[in-house]
Design a protein around this ligand. Structure first.
Ligand code: XMP
Length: 182
């Protein structure tokens, strides 16, 4: 697996430190709202490791919701229009929702999910992403909490995949281009 990684972009210690900081920012924001109920909605599958680390640093009463969205078809790095594969599994009406995603790239995935969630009548929707590619992220898709802004390269590890591989790589790395360039 390591042989397929060109370089480490964000080592695991930096990720861990930033996740703790993000959790503090989020806890401060939702302190006053706690009584209304908070649901973290995570987008599968890329966010699983981020979510697991984030919530263990968040001393708030919360529920977890899951939604499955496909952005890529298999062995490709091109976003082809997001599609909901499995809808949200919890009721968020009247609750504060924090959407948790791995990366805000072209914004298609989060635009779709925010619109879907808005239909369910939550009290508020905010978004937390571990990574954002500022070169591409569109202005109509806000992210209130951002772990790291990264350059426009294809990254894997810490939950992020290429063709469902590399999710278990503990750092965030840049995949060797010859592995996906056609
Ligand atoms: P969009 O373009 O819709 O992308 O903002 C969001 C989803 O696409 C996946 N994605 C990536 N996955 N390395 C990955 O492993 C990347 O560089 C990358 N860019 C986008 C990811 O699942 C994200 O939720």
């Amino acid at each position: 697996m390591e042989a397929d990684i060109d370089r480490i972009l964000i080592p695991r210690q930096r990720i861990a430190g930033r996740v703790r900081e993000l959790a503090r920012e989020i806890a401060r924001t939702y302190e006053a709202d706690a009584a209304d109920g908070l649901t973290l909605v995570t987008i599968l599958s890329g966010s699983i490791i981020f979510l697991a680390d984030l919530i263990r640093n968040l001393p708030l009463r919360m529920k977890i919701g899951l939604i499955t969205v496909s952005s890529y078809a298999g062995a490709t790095t091109e976003t082809r229009g997001a599609e909901v594969l499995q809808d949200l599994n919890v009721d968020v009406s009247g609750r504060h929702v924090l959407l948790v995603d791995d990366i805000l790239d072209t914004g298609g995935t989060l635009r779709l999910v925010r619109a879907r969630l808005a239909e369910y009548g939550p009290k508020s929707i905010r978004t937390c992403v571990l990574l954002r590619k500022p070169a591409k992220a569109p202005p109509d898709v806000p992210a209130e909490f951002v772990g790291f802004d990264v350059e426009d390269v294809f990254v894997v590890g810490y939950g992020l995949d290429y063709n469902d591989h590399y999710r278990n790589f503990p750092d965030i790395g840049v995949l060797r281009e010859e592995l996906y360039a056609s």
